[in-house]
Write a protein that binds this ligand. Sequence first.
Ligand SMILES: C[S@@+](CC[C@H](N)C(=O)[O-])C[C@H]1O[C@@H](n2cnc3c(N)ncnc32)[C@H](O)[C@@H]1O
Length: 379
Amino acid sequence: MLYNLTMWLFAKSAFGTEKYTAFELKYLGAKEIFTSPGGVYFRGNKADMMRINYKIRTATRVLWILDKFQWHGEKELYGKVKDIQWERLFLPKMSIVIHHDTDRKYLKDSRMLSLITKDAVCDRFREKKGLRPDIDKEKPDIRIFVTINKNYCYISLDTSGDSLNMRGYKTGYHPAPLRETLAASLIFATGWNRRDVLVDPMCGSGTIPIEAALYYFNIPPQIKRKHFSFMNFHSFDKELWNDIRTEAVKQIMDSKKSPIFAGDISADFVDITMEHAKSLDLEKKIKWHVADFKDFKPPRSRGILLMNPPYNKRLKQDKTKEFYGMIRDTLKINYRGYRAFILTGDMENYRKIHLKPASEIDLYNGPIQVKLLKYLIKH
Ligand SMILES: C[S@@+](CC[C@H](N)C(=O)[O-])C[C@H]1O[C@@H](n2cnc3c(N)ncnc32)[C@H](O)[C@@H]1O
């Protein structure tokens, strides 16, 4: 099972965004794709695995499923993990960490899953190689996942390393940044065709416009990343990896402009966003403004507004009615003909906008529940 030409893989993605991950995987050449809460299963070969790590925008990591078996309890776990030929996958000098995840609420102590898995991996290495890997919870070379989901246990090897969320362009501080993978999912959710204008007038640290620009120019979201976990595997093929990267870089669109507009009321945040864009050579390819939402006039064309206004404690309760009223009035006056998408975590107050959404999608920004509201603004 381990050394088949194609392998079963799992792209982890946030709840609610799985269909965008599945859509991307199809485009990236994955086979036998099916979604499950929290991610997407698919088949692919070594080249697919590396390419998908490099190019997928909406997933946080890609796991290689080494074994899947029916869950009959902890007793069986040790033997199943020990049967895996770990010594053919990586060297014992690599440090490891075990992550566990279970839908079994009644499992008394789910940490046992990690402990048993660690013992089985280390015992196998000691028997086969006379050495065992060290545990490193901070910066491990190898991450092993043990997951119980609907009566099945999955033992997987992480191929990504640091979360794919981390693109390497964010250096400046913002108190409420969106996750990059979520911003990418939002862009897919809007159905943006990459010809219409896309405006984020509350851009903060710039996650939405930068992810939109990466997508527009077909730039791999991991273009700045130097290291993936798959580079620590025995099977790592450097030449193949270089070919995949070269091919992906060749496909970047060579154009000086994009229909993306970004701004914020804070000049400091616009500066931070421009700095982030500059690190990807995108600074001159996005149109910038510093303005209050109510004062900025977007191009008078069909377009998409996608923004993530401040919420919760950041907005004083007594100001919410006024704030949402301002958003409603501005949409009606400045954004005629636009499809407006607002991501909010302000479950208590967002209805104060008093516009009927055409749709609502429930999503998560990390652990925080959020909603993407779609409004069709009349001409
Ligand atoms: C939740 S943050 C956006 C975070 C952003 N999506 C990111 O990933 O960094 C909300 C932003 O709205 C901006 N903002 C608040 N009121 C505004 C207004 N009236 N006009 C324009 N921007 C505003 C704030 O300065 C803040 O940066």
